[in-house]
Design a binder for this molecule. Structure first.
Ligand code: PHB
Length: 392
């Protein structure tokens, strides 16, 4: 059996980008459907990154003044860069008058799902999109299958790919799912969640001779930490004792508070930007359009910045038949995307140890870090990018 659905905007992917887009469209009186192949439970419980830029928090607050960002989230007014055994704090409000919030992505998702479902959003879980057709016409279509095996055809005025790095919408826009600008890195992050009190009040980004480590937090009881590892590392190959030993050796000067490790994962590093972000009546946002290595904490924030631009463009297109903003979407979004790509690459290369690094490379890297922390201009550049450039 094939069911046909007619809507104005078909959004593939119920991550932060897709859900926030559906909210902004509803605000403009534009009906949409959101589909995702995952279950609600899976979406709400997948552990992802945790840092929200100031502009992201401002937007979430505008969407819901009672957002839990301000109650269970934690404002961070700085980070520490550590190298050659010394810590250097970057004071965000003092440098740029902005902050960031530690508020995990799955909490944003719980908030947005509750809000959208409460508002009557057509939001379907367990629906797998297989392809998108007719994007050059005014009636692009998404073909999908429900968890029960029912075939769905969604006909819309516009299709948005918010479906992550393995986007099925992307080929309809770029012609080929691999068509894009790529960079691989010779390392990855070994991430853990541990039941322990915080080892530091703020995030510590630590460069050491043995490799990078990041000390982050989740709550008073749960901490998130990462250390640089090989891209093909097996998350189950190390004992808890070896994990703590590795982490400890990479944050000289801090005694980490250890506890049981209840989750471990290896995060691959990749920089990617699709060659095209929009074609006809379809566009890409978030990880479907680009991926960044996690060092700059830009992933979710960049997705949300795309969505703000796209919502404005769709409002002009669908409510006023004004095509100019959608024609400018790719160019305008690209400017921020490439700034974020640069920042994420820069933080990554400045803080990690390349497997083939020479003594010259190690000392040059320390010189680079010192040029940042010992200069107000350097610290300001970092603070401006980390807390996020104004959206839109
Ligand atoms: C995290 O807490 O998961 C986190 C924080 C900062 C990053 C990346 C990940 O740069």
């Amino acid at each position: 059996m094939i069911t046909s659905i007619r809507t104005r905007v078909a959004i593939v992917g119920a991550g932060p980008a897709g859900l926030i887009l559906s909210h902004l469209l509803a605000d403009a009186g534009i009906e949409s459907i959101v589909i995702d192949q995952r279950s609600r439970d899976e979406i709400e419980h997948t552990i992802r990154a945790g840092i929200l830029e100031q502009g992201t928090v401002d937007l979430l607050t505008a969407i819901d003044p009672n957002t839990r960002v301000h109650t269970i989230g934690d404002r961070h007014d700085g980070i520490e860069l550590r190298f050659q055994g010394e810590g250097h704090r970057i004071d965000f409000p003092g440098l740029v008058g902005r902050s960031v919030w530690l508020y995990p992505q799955h909490e944003v998702l719980k908030d947005m799902l509750r809000l959208r479902l409460g508002a009557g959003q057509d939001l379907r879980f367990g629906v797998t999109a297989s392809r998108v057709e007719d994007v050059e016409s005014e009636r692009p279509r998404v073909f999908a299958t429900t968890a029960d095996g029912e075939e769905l055809t969604i006909e819309a005025d516009f299709v948005v790919g918010a479906d992550g790095s393995r986007s099925v919408v992307r080929p309809a826009i770029t012609g080929d799912s691999r068509s894009g600008y790529f960079r691989e890195y010779p390392f990855a992050w070994f991430g853990i969640l541990t039941e322990a009190p915080p080892s530091a009040e703020e995030l510590i980004y630590s460069n050491s001779r043995n490799g990078f480590a990041l000390i982050s937090q989740r709550s008073p009881e749960v901490q998130r930490m990462y250390f640089q590892c090989a891209p093909d590392a097996d998350p189950n190959a190390l004992t808890e004792e070896q994990i703590w030993e590795t982490l400890q050796s990479r944050v000289p000067g801090t005694t980490l508070k250890e506890g049981p490790i209840f989750q471990r994962d290896v995060l691959r590093f990749r920089s990617f930007v699709a060659h095209e972000l929009r074609h006809g009546r379809a566009a890409l946002v978030g990880d479907a359009a680009h991926t960044v290595p996690p060092t700059g904490a830009k992933g979710m924030n960049l997705a949300i910045a795309d969505v703000v631009l796209l919502a404005r463009a769709l409002r002009a297109l669908l409510n006023e038949s004004d095509e100019r903003p959608i024609d400018g979407y790719a160019e305008q979004a690209s400017r921020r995307i490439w700034k974020a790509q640069h920042f994420s690459w820069w933080m990554t290369s400045m803080l990690h140890t390349a497997p083939d690094a020479s003594d010259f490379d190690h000392l040059r890297q320390a010189g680079e870090l010192r040029s940042v922390v010992e200069s107000e201009a350097g610290r300001t550049f970092l603070a401006e990018a980390y807390t996020g450039w104004p959206i839109g």
